[in-house]
Design a protein around this ligand. Sequence first.
Ligand SMILES: *Cc1c(COP(=O)(O)O)cnc(C)c1O
Length: 377
Amino acid sequence: MLEKQTELDRRIHQIRSEFELLSPFSAGYPVNQEFDYSDLYPLLGYCGNNVGDPFAHSRYQSNTHETEREVVRAIAEMVRLPADEAWGYVTTGGTEGNMYGIYVGREMLRDPIAYFSQDTHYSVLKILHVLNVRNIMIRSQENGEMDYDDLRESIFINRDKPPLIVANIGTTMKGAVDDLDKIRGILSELALPRSYIHADAALSGMILPFVDDPQPFGFDSGIDSIAISGHKLIGSPLPCGVVVTKRDYTAQIGRAIEYVGALDTTLLGSRNAFTPVIIWYSLTKNGRDGFRRIVAKMLDTAEYAVRQFNANGIPAWRGKNSATIVFPRPSPYVLFQWQLAPFGDIAHLITMPHVTREMVDNIIADCLEWPPGTNER
Ligand SMILES: *Cc1c(COP(=O)(O)O)cnc(C)c1O
């Protein structure tokens, strides 16, 4: 018995110290590590389950549907959809949110063609395969934004099919925001009777609502659904996300999902009852002012990082309202040491709230000490 306990303790201790060691060197992934959910730990003593539609009655009573609805409404308002017109739920992450948005789009349009740019997250192509949606990849510009001429031309050639556009509100690699005004302009210029825009806003969906001069990002700019990750800027130790669409749409596609039961509007069956509480806790505790401060600090550190990289002869840049700093791919040591994400000949660091100016200085110092070409295998 005692030996068993020692074995359990040892493993937990081992995992914990690995995590503890790594977190001060995490600068490449868009996860906010600044949180404390210890108030919520007692809830882990129960078998919560959010199975079913959070807006409908559920037979399983140990759920957090009410909290989940509050999360959906709060996020809806942030992305400029009146709360009473919104429907959505807390997902397992950005990928499930994208899948749900694209699914709603497919059901609304019937037999659409999906358009997405080269810089789109890999989950989107996978989802289009799974949902069997015809699709066309659009060229990207150098800054990571969609090439709008290529989009116009591709839609024009295929204008017998309604377009389902997956717009990036912050690409994974370069933090680029596709211009919703331009996309809508193209759709109206081509006089297409039906179209649908899903916004993949995994990270920037929590940045743009809190800056003074945001690019168009919300329902007021013509999107039909949006997916935001919970474990990115909101800060959740468990992967999760939120998808928001219009209540009308879910009602219209109701028939398509009737076969699994009238109230079964979510993609998954049993769903996490704990993650909606985590998101609610973060939104409530930080409040809008809190997120404004968090975002301002991130963007300030990002600006500092670009300045310092450039001052040290490393050509780094970032897009407007982006905390993602793109620079030439550093040596394997630097990538490994700071958990930076490389893609071809570039890499990025993201100044999430736990990334300090001091960390930025240390990363630059390492880049200078171990320039590209050193310690290659
Ligand atoms: C992270 C990310 C996703 C996927 O989110 P998961 O939560 O990992 O499923 C989708 N799109 C973009 C742009 C992302 O950055």
